[in-house]
Design a protein around this ligand. Structure first.
Ligand code: G6P
Ligand code: MG
Length: 225
């Protein structure tokens, strides 16, 4: 639990999938299709556990769930992950600004109007494409490139780099996530965490909202008072 005061906050570091837009539906659909093709039973636990996890780590989790982690060579694994990504990329090309989650555009406008700095800390290599589809590119001048990370979420690295990109101390940043692995990463980076979604999954978050429309500066200030 952070004890930082709201007026110390200068920047926001955002996850993308499940926070800005509901790409998690498309990720899930593409992974599920691959898992079932490989004979791995799809479960809600597996589905939730994949949120925030990088592409190759996600594939490993799926193979492990089916006790198949030793059944493929590295090259075959790359081919499987590429197959999933091709399906995912086809799906996201149909996205439009209508796919922005409720209240997010207004919140970003409010952040801008109040001089907060904004960065993206998504594990997705497709982040810039998704932002383009949503016409939100201009709101995110700073994007942590997931290709530069040595460890994925729940490791704090991506959120540490998000604060660095904004030239802020991590304590001056709020991180926003929909996944348990992401909240762990924000907390580990020493930023204030906002969890959006299921309260049980996100019990480690400093601040919790049930959905994106509840995320306003006024509600955040109230939660930190
Ligand atoms: C996000 C999503 C994950 C996804 C990861 C990598 O963190 O929550 O579901 O696996 O990004 O995305 P990519 O588009 O690079 O495969
Ligand atoms: Mg997410």
């Amino acid at each position: 639990m952070t004890t930082i005061a709201f007026d110390q906050i200068k920047g926001f570091v955002f996850d993308l999938d499940g926070v800005i837009t509901d790409t998690s539906l498309y990720h899930t659909k593409a992974w599920r299709q691959l898992a079932e093709k490989l004979g791995v039973t799809w479960t809600k636990t597996l589905e939730d556990g994949l949120k925030g996890i990088s592409r190759m780590d996600s594939l490993e989790m799926i193979l492990k769930a089916g006790n198949k982690e030793n059944d493929y060579t590295q090259d075959e694994k790359v081919a499987l992950a590429t197959e999933k990504n091709t399906n995912y990329v086809n799906a996201i090309h149909q996205m439009t600004p209508a796919n922005i989650l409720p209240g997010i555009k207004a919140f970003l406008d409010d952040l801008r109007a109040n001089g907060y700095l904004i960065a993206l800390a998504s594990a997705s290599k497709n982040g810039p494409t998704v932002l383009k589809q949503l016409e939100l590119t201009d709101y995110f001048p700073k994007i942590v490139d997931p290709a530069t990370l040595s460890k994925g979420k729940p490791d704090p690295e991506i959120y540490v780099k998000g604060a660095e990109a904004l030239d802020l101390d991590p304590t001056q940043c709020i991180g926003v996530e929909d996944a348990a692995a992401g909240i762990q990463a924000i907390n580990g980076a020493n930023e204030t965490s906002i969890g959006i979604g299921d309260p049980d999954t996100l019990s480690a978050a400093d601040i919790h909202f049930n959905d994106t429309s509840e995320m306003t500066l006024a509600n955040i200030a109230k939660a930190m008072a």
